[in-house]
Design a protein around this ligand. Structure first.
Ligand code: B16
Ligand code: MG
Length: 217
């Protein structure tokens, strides 16, 4: 009997919501009078909403009061949710549905470990909410990745030890969180950035059943 379980990040692994985050942050930057490029948006991947605003404001060299920041966070999220509202299962990244079906058929449990406070809504929109044994998101943690808290809570909810957990992540902070937790880390993306991971795959197409079978052996 296999003891392994999987913990999936959301943005960049299950769906590509980064493009919608980018549109909403860019609008905010433009409103504040500065440009925000897609390259700069890389810095926001895997990072919490509050921290994302801090990074954005430092790019624009802007200092704001706490109430104003709260207002902008609300405005950004409202625009982001307009994009999320239109999401369907077509936006699930390649290979993921296949993989989740295989895990289900094999009785291998899996959880979500995401920084997003919108994670449950997004999973519902793409029709995957019911598949996850546990969902741990930005509402459940007090410390953001690279702190391992999100994955440690997920392991607890799955009733598993860290060594039995395999984390699939696209952000360096998430890989570091998994490594600190003592879990197996699988990175999706650029090996120059994600070289600290135990395994690195260029994209979710490479998350094949064969690869997963070898991982759990
Ligand atoms: P929200 P992940 C992260 O999702 C995103 O990568 C990051 O860009 C975003 O700022 C963060 O969620 C918070 O999202 O504003 O929806 O709470 O990669 O951890 O699944
Ligand atoms: Mg991510």
């Amino acid at each position: 009997m296999n003891d392994k379980v999987f913990i999936f990040d959301l943005d960049g692994v299950i769906v590509d919501t980064a493009k919608y985050h980018y549109l909403a942050w860019r609008n905010l930057a433009n409103e504040l009078g500065f440009e925000f490029t897609e390259e700069q948006n890389e810095q926001l991947k895997g990072v919490s909403r509050v921290r994302s605003l801090e990074i954005l404001l430092s790019i624009g060299k802007i200092e704001l009061s706490e109430p104003k920041k709260q207002e902008l966070l609300k405005e950004k999220n409202e625009e982001y949710l307009e994009y999320v509202d239109k999401m369907t299962s077509d936006e699930i990244l390649p290979g993921i549905t296949n993989l989740l079906n295989f895990l289900e058929e094999s009785n291998i449990k899996f959880a979500l470990g995401s920084a997003s406070k919108n994670a449950p809504l997004i999973l519902k929109k793409v029709g995957l909410f019911e598949k996850f044994t546990a969902i741990v998101d930005g509402n459940d943690v007090s410390k953001a990745k690279p702190d391992p808290e999100v994955f440690i809570i997920a392991a607890k909810k799955l009733n598993k030890k860290s060594q039995e957990c395999i984390v699939i992540e696209d952000a360096l902070a998430g890989i570091q969180a998994a490594n600190t937790a003592g879990m197996t880390s699988v990175a999706i993306g650029d090996e120059k950035i994600l070289h600290e991971a135990d395994f690195i795959l260029a994209d979710t197409n490479k998350l094949t059943i064969d690869f997963v079978k070898k991982l759990i052996e």
